[in-house]
Design a protein around this ligand. Structure first.
Ligand code: DAH
Length: 374
């Protein structure tokens, strides 16, 4: 009897020592299994009670149950202590020192396309042009038909047009505009007095003097083409407008934009919406591997232009016998590449922050004709 009690006392002090020594939750769980698990030492004592006589059980029962309760409590207390210590350690290691200065943040910059767009608008605004915008999603009428593209003409496909699925009811196929020229139509249509949104070109009767910057889309991608790019359209409609006005406007624009005298020449070309039509080339030097504008004896095509076709005027409700006009269209990103020496158009829309940090402009230096452009 006394021997049995000694055994219990020894077992208890042994277990207590192991519980106190358990340095983490895994070690503590091993002690729990050794004592209270199915094969555990305390569980064996509990099982052994069945074999005792009723008298022995009366004495041994409370001793063994007491042992089990104290061991269970000791394990629970040690577990809580270990968990608290673990949490404290994590809080300590994940501590944030709010008194430290914040890490350096990269300042934002103006994207070259937006900078160039602002520079172009500043020059044309000084010449008396207004800015108009139009929707990116267009219909066949404004993008092609009103601009004198013949029906079912391959030019519609040649523009690498992104078409939407046909409307299930009307069969109409909307498209992403392939150029900014549809805004010419939207501006000239005097009946279009209620535009779909306040910033979209409303109808206007002549005289008209507008530039139209905006996104345009064609299914094309290489070093000088991206599926989305930016164009600026120009339109002037008044009485007695002729090619001389067109030539002066564009030559003046190009020299102001490149901030120096730049030679230009006009080559005959074809566009359905102008007659006569021309492409303008600017003087450049290609000898050093890169293109230098305003020097040398090479030529680089920069824009399309012409006198607005009488059919386009008629399609927009303007009498070609009374009014004439000129129009032009050019790639904004491409002009930026030339002015600021960016070799690949695709980089402009890759959202690489290193590229943006290198080629971006200060938001505090907006270009104006008076303060300088770049
Ligand atoms: N829309 C033409 C294009 O994207 C560019 C253009 C050429 C616009 C001549 C014009 C123009 O207004 O007169 O290729």
């Amino acid at each position: 009897m006394t021997g049995q009690m000694t055994d219990l006392t020894t077992l208890e002090s042994e277990l207590s020592a192991r519980i106190a020594a358990a340095s983490d939750l895994a070690a503590l769980d091993a002690v729990r299994i050794d004592a209270l698990g199915k094969q555990g030492s305390v569980s064996a004592l509990l099982k052994g009670m069945g074999a005792l006589s009723p008298d022995e059980r009366r004495v041994q029962g409370p001793l063994i149950n007491g042992l089990r309760d104290r061991v269970t409590t000791a394990i629970a207390e040690r577990k809580a202590a270990l968990e608290t210590a673990e949490l404290d350690a994590r809080l300590q290691s994940e501590r944030v020192d709010l008194t430290l200065p914040p890490p350096p943040r990269r300042a934002g910059s103006v994207h070259p396309t937006m900078q160039v767009m602002d520079e172009m608008v500043a020059i044309f605004a000084e010449m008396g042009f207004d800015v108009k915008e139009g929707p990116d999603i267009e219909d066949d009428f404004h993008n092609f038909t009103a601009l004198n593209f013949p029906p079912r003409h391959p030019a519609r496909e040649m523009h690498d047009t992104f078409f939407f699925k046909p409307d299930p009811v009307t069969g109409e196929r909307k498209l992403l505009r392939t150029h900014t020229s549809p805004v010419q139509v939207r501006t000239m249509q005097a009946t279009n007095s209620r535009p779909p949104a306040p910033w979209i070109a409303a109808g206007q009767s002549p005289p008209i003097r507008i530039v139209v910057p905006g996104r345009t889309y064609r299914c094309d991608s290489d070093q000088t083409h991206t599926p989305m790019f930016h164009q600026m359209e120009g339109l002037v409609i008044d009485k007695g407008i002729h090619m001389g006005h067109l030539k002066w406007t564009l030559e003046t624009f190009i020299s102001r934009f490149f901030e120096g005298q730049v030679g230009a020449r006009f080559r005959p070309h074809h566009f359905p919406f102008t007659e006569p039509s021309a492409e303008m080339d600017i003087q450049c030097d290609r000898s050093g591997g890169e293109v230098k504008v305003g020097q040398g004896s090479d030529w680089l095509e920069i824009l399309g232009c012409g006198m607005v076709h009488p059919n386009v005027l008629r399609n927009c409700g303007i009498d070609p016998n009374e009014y004439q006009g000129f129009a032009f269209g050019m790639g904004i990103d491409r002009l930026g590449m030339l002015k600021y020496g960016m070799p690949d158009l695709r980089d402009m829309f890759a959202s690489d922050t290193r590229w943006l940090a290198h080629y971006g402009f200060s938001p505090f230096a907006a270009p104006t004709a008076a303060s300088g452009l770049s």
